[in-house]
Design a protein around this ligand. Structure first.
Ligand SMILES: Cc1cc2nc3c(=O)[nH]c(=O)nc-3n(C[C@H](O)[C@H](O)[C@H](O)COP(=O)(O)O)c2cc1C
Length: 173
């Protein structure tokens, strides 16, 4: 039975999603860094921010706990990138994987991440800004990159909340 939500966040959006899910379900929420109160093998939902397609902290969390569902928080559209994430993170086919659009704000980044995304803005951002036939999703990505935005919302967590609701019901019955 799922007992907790564990997350790794850098700029805060993944933490916000973990807290939204915690509030809605009643599960306690822990940062992976401070999850020492949780017994090894505890069944959890894990949320990590996406860096170059890798769910940060997933490998470590998978060694410590039993992950029942994996959530990646990134700049991409909610529900996108799922197959790529499964592959890049060598997640088993049976693992439920969810993605949620977090946010992006270069001012909230430090050190190497700020540098990397500064380069990304100058390359991918410039390319996108010059593109004349941007899709609505590309418009959002460009706006996020250049102006800083957060898309954290309960609506973006609806799919994982639905799945969790069904899990909780199955455990009661
Ligand atoms: C260095 C770096 C690499 C990133 N790579 C990806 C990526 O591969 N896919 C994606 O969707 N978002 C990517 N992002 C965007 C973050 O995942 C996004 O901003 C997320 O909301 C950050 O979560 P946090 O606020 O919990 O740190 C990247 C961000 C940084 C700083």
């Amino acid at each position: 039975m799922i007992q907790a939500i564990v997350y790794t966040s850098n700029a805060g959006t993944t933490e916000q999603y973990a807290k939204i899910i915690g509030e809605k379900t009643g599960f306690p929420v822990y940062s992976l860094k401070n999850a020492c109160g949780l017994a090894a093998g505890t069944e959890i939902i894990y949320l990590g921010w996406l860096m170059a397609g890798i769910v940060q902290g997933y490998k470590k969390a998978a060694k410590l706990y039993t992950i029942r569902a994996l959530c990646g928080v990134g700049m991409g559209e909610t529900g996108s990138q799922i197959e790529d994430i499964k592959k890049a993170n060598t997640v088993s086919d049976s693992m439920p994987v969810f993605t949620m659009r977090g946010g992006f704000d270069i001012k909230k980044l430090h050190g190497i991440y700020r540098f990397m995304m500064g380069v990304m803005r100058k390359t991918a951002g410039k390319k996108l800004s010059e593109k004349t036939d941007r899709t609505p999703d590309e418009d959002i990505m460009l706006d996020m990159m250049m102006n800083g935005r957060s898309y954290v919302s309960e609506k973006n967590a609806a799919t994982v909340l639905d799945w969790l609701g069904k899990e909780q019901q199955n455990n009661i019955i």
